[in-house]
Each structure stands twice: as structure tokens, then as C-alpha cells.
Design a protein around this ligand. Structure first.
Ligand code: SF4
Ligand code: SF4
Length: 275
């Protein structure tokens, strides 16, 4: 029987090993439970074959001894699960179907603080702008903010359309668990449409109210978000390899204007080839 995809709902966390969660029941030597949350290995079905250790580009697995376990006496331990780049090599190659990979999203206290703060800032900025008008009374910037808003929303939410349509997330998994490199739609213009959407949303939420408080909150959020995308990109290079490097040469990270120019140039070249 494969690892239960709903183990986080059905099982209880019973402890930790080297900072990695253990999901019960645990009753050695017969039962060792599931080890890991984002890279989860069901030790009660793991056969100790070592394939996951060989295929993982991040080398995040280690061996651990499970003396007298009825299936095998050593198990794959996801020692550095947060290094996972969701390439799914281990999950798809595990003969016992003992591994479940789950996209963790941005992690750490900063992410927990930043995401709600971002939405609060957008809503508060818009309400302030509508009710009281721009604090600095710079009308051009005020209207620019309103113009940016729909573009920002389009980029921000386009991820849901294109990841669902072409990203082929694994069965029963969230949108972010893509298995295929998405290069169409807004992804043909910039490599990180959601990041661009987020930056534009933040910019609109600063330009509309023009209040010093929105700038103090908004600018660090933009910097944090950008640094997250740069970090994520390192993982995407490992996950998709050469095709991602080619994609990087073709499509800019978030430079929307350059992205549109390059897209038009590509389209022009394709039309010439077709003739
Ligand atoms: S590939 Fe599967 S069965 Fe083999 S060691 Fe890894 S988790 Fe265990
Ligand atoms: S999904 Fe890829 S990076 Fe993550 S643990 Fe498996 S092999 Fe390693």
C-alpha cells in the first residue's frame, strides 16, 4: 500500500528526529511511522533500496537504522527536507511508493508575517485612497496606481490558470506542485508573473493612498518577495535542468517591458520561419 496522501490530516505528530517531524503511530521495531512533512517517507513500507538517495539532486536523504523492522533494517531519512526542489524524481521512482512530496511555500516567520501584512496593506491602501484621497495629493501617481491595479491582479492570478492548464501538478496535489515547465501565457512574458503581480499590487497600494505608512510596509515586502523569487529560481534550475536555463535566456525574470519586446520578436521570427 502506498503512503497515505492525507497523512497530515489522519495521523498525529508524535515527535521529531533531527528537527524532522515524525507522524505516528510509532511502535518499534514493527512501526516507525512517517518521517518528514514536505518530503515524507513512510518507513513502514520503505524497502531500503536506496533509489531516492541516488536520484535526489539535492542529496537531502540519509540512511537511518531500523533494526528488526519486518521490511528492512535501514530507511531513507529526509534529513534536509526544506532543500527539496520538487523535482519528484524520488517520489516517482520509489518502488514501494513510500514517498510523498508536498510544496511547502515560503517558509519561516518572515513569510507568516509578510503574506497577511501584504493583503492588509493592499485593502487598507485602497480603502484609504477611496475614502480620503491621496495623502500627498499627487493626482498623476494616484491615477497611475489605479491603472496598475488591474494589470497587477491579472499577473498575480494568472498563475492559477497556467499552472492548472499546463503545469500538470501531481494527483491530489496543489497547483504549486508542477511537474512540467510552464512557458506560455504570462509565463511567456516574465518568468515570475505572480512576483511581478505582487510587486505591482504593492506599488499600487503605495501610490493610491500616498501615505508614509504604506511605503514603510510596502517597500520591505517588495524586497523580501524579490529575494524569495531569486532563491526559488536556484531550485527551478535543479528541478528542470537545461530547459529552464534556456527559458531564462529567453524570458526575463520580471521586466515586463523587455518581456513583451522579446515575445514580439519571437513571434516575428516564428512567422518568418512559417513562410
Ligand atoms: S526509494 Fe523508496 S523504498 Fe527505496 S529507500 Fe527510498 S523510500 Fe525506501
Ligand atoms: S523531489 Fe527531488 S529534490 Fe525533492 S527529495 Fe525528491 S528527489 Fe530530492
Amino acid at each position: 500500500m502506498p503512503i497515505d496522501p492525507n497523512f497530515q490530516k489522519k495521523r498525529k505528530k508524535v515527535g521529531k528526529e533531527e528537527g524532522i517531524a515524525i507522524w505516528g503511530p510509532v511502535k518499534p521495531p514493527e512501526k516507525f511511522g512517517i518521517h518528514g512533512t514536505y518530503v515524507a517517507v513512510d518507513w513502514d513500507i520503505c524497502e531500503g533500496c536506496g533509489i531516492c538517495l541516488k536520484v535526489c539532486p539535492q542529496q537531502l536523504y540519509e540512511w537511518m537504522e531500523t533494526s528488526n523492522h519486518p521490511i528492512s533494517e535501514k530507511k531513507a531519512f529526509p534529513a534536509r527536507e526544506l532543500d527539496c526542489v520538487q523535482c519528484y524524481k524520488c517520489e516517482t521512482k520509489c518502488p514501494a511508493q513510500a514517498i510523498r512530496i508536498v510544496y511547502p511555500g515560503p517558509t519561516g516567520w518572515l513569510a507568516w508575517l509578510t503574506v497577511p501584512l501584504m493583503f492588509l496593506q493592499i485593502i487598507a491602501g485602497i480603502i484609504y485612497g477611496v475614502l480620503l484621497g491621496p495623502f500627498l495629493d499627487l493626482q498623476i501617481l494616484f491615477y497611475a496606481g489605479w491603472l496598475i491595479l488591474p494589470v497587477a491582479l491579472l499577473f498575480f492570478f494568472s498563475i492559477a490558470i497556467y499552472f492548472r492548464k499546463e503545469g500538470k501538478p501531481g494527483e491530489g496535489k496543489g497547483l504549486m506542485n508542477t511537474t512540467v515547465l510552464v512557458e506560455s501565457g504570462t509565463y511567456a512574458i516574465v518568468r515570475h508573473p505572480q512576483l511581478l503581480g505582487g510587486i505591482l499590487l504593492m506599488s499600487a497600494s503605495i501610490l493610491i493612498p500616498q501615505h508614509w505608512l504604506s511605503a514603510i510596509i510596502g517597500v520591505p515586502i517588495i524586497v523580501w518577495w524579490y529575494s524569495e523569487a531569486v532563491k526559488e529560481e536556484k531550485g527551478l534550475i535543479v528541478k528542470f535542468g537545461e530547459p529552464y536555463k534556456r527559458y531564462m535566456k529567453k524570458v526575463p525574470r520580471i521586466n515586463f517591458v523587455l518581456g513583451v519586446i522579446r515575445l514580439l520578436q519571437r513571434r516575428k521570427r516564428e512567422v518568418k520561419v512559417d513562410r
